[in-house]
Every structure is written in C-alpha cells, then in structure tokens.
Write a protein that binds this ligand. Sequence first.
Ligand SMILES: *Cc1c(COP(=O)(O)O)cnc(C)c1O
Length: 371
Amino acid sequence: MNIPLLDLKAQFQPLRAEIMAAVQTVCDEQGFILGPRVVAFEEAVAKYTGARYAISCASGSDALLLSLMAMGVGHGDEVITVPFTFFATAGAISRLGAKPVFIDIQRDTFNLDPAQLERAITPRTKAIIPVHLFGQCADMEAINRIAHAHKIPVIEDACQAIGAGQGGKRAGVLGETACFSFFPSKNLGGFGDGGMITTNEQTLADSLSMLRVHGSRVRYLHEAIGINSRLDALQAVVLHIKLKYLDQWAEGRRRNAARYEQLFKDAGLLDRVTLPVTRPGNFHVYNQYTVRVSKRDELRAYLKDKGVGTEIYYPLPMHLQQCYQDIGHRTGAFPESERAAEEVLSLPIFAELTEAQLAYVVEMMAGFYTR
Ligand SMILES: *Cc1c(COP(=O)(O)O)cnc(C)c1O
C-alpha cells in the first residue's frame, strides 16, 4: 500500500465541479484582491467561529504579525509563547523587534503549560500567544485568568485549529484575537497561502483592517505603517466552498483517530506508542495525529519503506534554532519541548483514509516493533 501523510487530491475530486465554477466566476469578474467575495468569506468565518469580526490576510504568519501590530507590540517588548511550535509563532514576535519569551509545554497535550505562565510575566510583557497545536485548544481558561489579572491580551495561534473547541466555544473567540492559516495542509486549506484574524473587539478589528492595507483607511492617506497582506478573491471562493465541508472532514479525522486508538490497543502497542490525549472539555480536530514513539527515526524510515508517509512536527524547538542563539538558551532549558521534538511522529489522519489503510499503518508499526 501507498499511504501519503495527506492526500489533497482525494479531497478535491468530489468538489471539482463546484470549485471550478466558482473560480471561473472570479475570472469573469476580474476582481482579485479583497472585494465582495472576500467579504462574504470573512462573514462566513465570523459566523462559523462565533466571533463578531473576521479580517482576512495573506497567511497565518501575517495574521500573527498583524495581531501583534494591532496591539502595539514593538521594540523592547516581550511576548510569551511556546518553543514547540511552527516557526511563524515566534518569528512574528521577532519581526516587530520584540522578544519571544518561551515557556514549556504540557507533556500530554503539547500545549502551553499555564502553571509556568505567571513567572514569565514581566512589566514588558505585551501579549501571550498560546498555540492550539495539532488541532486541540490550549487551556484557555487558565491562560486567560492569569493574562487578564495582568491586563495582558491573548492571541490564539489557531492556525492548526479551525473548528476546534473548548468549553462549548470554538477557537476564534477564546482570546482577544485568533489567527488562522489556510495553508493547503491545514484543515481548511486554500489553493495557496491565506489567513484570517477573528476578534470580538471593534477597535482591534478596525486597526487590523487598516494595518493590512499599508495602514490606510482612506486611499493614499496613511495613519500607521502597516503591511500589504490581503486575501485573494480566488482563494476566498475556494475556501468558502470548502468551509461547508469542514465539520464533515473534522468528523472524518475524529473517526480515524478513534479507529487508530482501537487498532493500537488491539495490536498491543500502547507500551511503544503514546497516543494523543484530549483533555476534558476540548473538541480535537486532529490537524495532525501525533504520537510519541520509541526509536522514532528508525520507525519513520521503516514506514517510508512500507509506503506510509509520516512527518516530524517539529524536530527542533525554537529556543535551539540557530536564529535564536542570541537569546542564550541551552539544551535542557525546556525539557518537555525538547523531549517532544525527539519523540513525536505524525501519522496519516485525513478524512478520506479507509479502514484498510488505517489498519495497514498500525500493522506496519507492529511489524517494526516485533522484528
Ligand atoms: C501553519 C502555521 C502558522 C503559519 O501559517 P502560514 O499560513 O503558513 O503562514 C502559524 N502557526 C502555526 C502553529 C501553524 O501551524
């Protein structure tokens, strides 16, 4: 069998006619950047997440950057986040001349550990960015309680978590702003880059709309130094169609996760493979199905040989990246992040996987450990 980590062609085929018709409409209209098609999609995302406002932009990375800009983060400021994430989370902070202040993750969820938050806060802390890694929300109740006591805004890095929930609310309304990515491999993936910021605060929404068009509200008059970061109408129509299917795809991912759990149990692999944990009150949408395994790199090579695609999200935590050596962290500074980087392996979880394919993945893993 040949099972890729993600098969976007399988998702596209049934939607082909619907998407091609929408793309053709945009081509006929020749309106490409922002405009009514983009506004319609923004309104749909606001409704979906439950947020009052949704402001689109060019990528999830820019959604983070714009959120920080709207909150006035700049030189000399500190922003707290985790080292175990995609680079964009920390990169957005550094791009503005601010300093990423890292705190470690929880072992079971891979998300920011709220127990370590309070002592990382200083008078320079301007924002906190918890990441909803792999499709499960960070403990926002605990994080918000501490953040609000210090009057520090919280930015959800929900780039992997559109549709994820906590306490009956969806990612998108659990912080002051939330950042989404429509990178093709995300649960709602476009045909290229795209991003969105949601918020319930009108002043933030106004600033974000201004900042994404070079700090301008009235054409050629610039009240702030913004950036050029907008969503294309072509992306908006594709994403608007795909949004209708998002919950159904998430259900498929959740069904596959449940199936994996049963298969790993039946194969007697639970001492070798640590399965993802969903904390009570969380609705996990499994952008990635990430297990911890022993002999990870050997296993990965073995699975590749057997036709099973996997990925390591992420092999090197931020505090050990070359570009962050100036901060001065050494190996051992964030042991849970470092341990995760050595143990994690993401397995195929996309909605269209068949029972036989899931069984094959587990069978091959069992084969590796009983060699
Ligand atoms: C994908 C991702 C981003 C960045 O999104 P892009 O659209 O690729 O810029 C940021 N944070 C996390 C956690 C992500 O997974």
